[in-house]
Design a protein around this ligand. Structure first.
Ligand code: C2E
Ligand code: CA
Ligand code: CA
Ligand code: CA
Length: 278
């Protein structure tokens, strides 16, 4: 990391060096965290827009770092994506989410779970087989698992992605297109792929009641979802007005801080119980 200053003298860029070192440390630590099971999941509920009935939870990865404290997924998911760790991480998250789903089922609650799937997984022919093994191991019906994928994953290599997605639908798992509309969209893939759900990104949802442009986008995306027979799910719902506007727009499912923040697994059942009693 040597570079030249204005006089042409080579100067050592300590900051860059530091960054390089911490990136390397982060990769090593993340690999260990996956191997040792130091990642854990929070679960954010989703509800039907018209009745408010809870219809599932989304698993969101968390990393309790020994010295840095709680690390956000926006920091470590990109590190995993760039360093070949997203597949083991995704398998780990699916395994943990299905184990939890089974525990809830054993306690009398059927709670469908959604898991975010890293883009690289869709380029690997073995991925559907891995998912099949995990579902079988936990003895759950495949329909209780939804995999959230991003458009960028499909667009990077459509032929391979479509093949992997076909393998996944054959298992009976549900597929959701996450962050819909934020990618370099080529919605033509909707014609050839069997997906079940479209997830509207919170960047369009949160301010739809005060921003006419956002509102127009949400209405257009919900209409698109309906025309393709997909369930429309809105994330980032932070108040009652937005929930009402989404229900009126024909959106099927809502998720966001207004319903609940992501919860630790052990709080989910009491949250469900409180809601059922309310
Ligand atoms: P995402 O899949 O779009 O998840 C939604 C994010 O918005 C979550 O952040 C969630 O906590 C947050 N959120 C939910 N409701 C609200 C709301 O009402 N208002 C606001 N402002 N935010 C809300 P989180 O948990 O930090 O996750 C960030 C991103 O990291 C996720 O975005 C997802 O892309 C990725 N991610 C998280 N867990 C995993 C994982 O296990 N695997 C993979 N591949 N990616 C993951
Ligand atoms: Ca998601
Ligand atoms: Ca996302
Ligand atoms: Ca999003």
């Amino acid at each position: 990391a040597a570079k030249r200053d204005k006089s042409g003298v080579a100067v050592y860029d300590a900051r860059l060096h530091e960054r390089g070192a911490s990136q390397l440390t982060a990769v090593t630590e993340l690999r260990h965290a996956i191997d040792r099971g130091e990642l854990f999941l929070h679960y954010q509920p989703k509800a039907l827009a018209d009745t408010g009935a809870v219809c599932g939870v989304e698993a969101l990865a968390r990393w309790q770092h020994p010295t840095r404290g709680l690390v956000r997924p926006d920091e470590f998911i990109p590190v995993a994506e760039e360093n070949g760790l997203i597949e083991p991480l995704t398998r780990y998250v699916i395994d943990a989410a299905l184990r939890q789903c089974r525990a809830w089922q054993d306690a009398g609650w059927e709670v469908p779970v959604s898991v975010n799937v890293g883009a690289a997984c869709l380029l690997h022919a073995e991925f559907p087989g891995d998912v099949a093994d995990l579902i079988k191991r936990h003895g759950l019906p495949a329909r209780l698992l939804t995999l959230e994928i991003t458009e960028s994953a499909i667009i990077s290599d459509p032929d391979r992605a479509v093949e992997v997605l076909r393998g996944l639908t054959e298992l009976g798992v549900r597929l959701s297109i996450d962050d819909f509309g934020t990618g370099y969209s080529s919605i033509s893939y909707l014609r050839s792929m069997r997906v079940h759900e479209m997830k509207l990104d919170r960047s369009f949802v949160t301010h739809m009641c005060t921003d006419a442009g956002d509102s127009a986008i949400v209405h257009a995306l919900v209409a698109l979802a309906r025309n393709f027979g997909l369930q429309a799910v809105a994330e980032g719902v932070e108040d009652q007005d937005t929930w009402t506007a989404l229900a009126e727009a024909g959106c099927d499912v809502v998720q966001g801080y207004f319903l609940s923040e992501p919860l630790p697994a052990e709080e989910v059942v009491s949250w469900l119980g409180d809601r059922a009693a309310a």
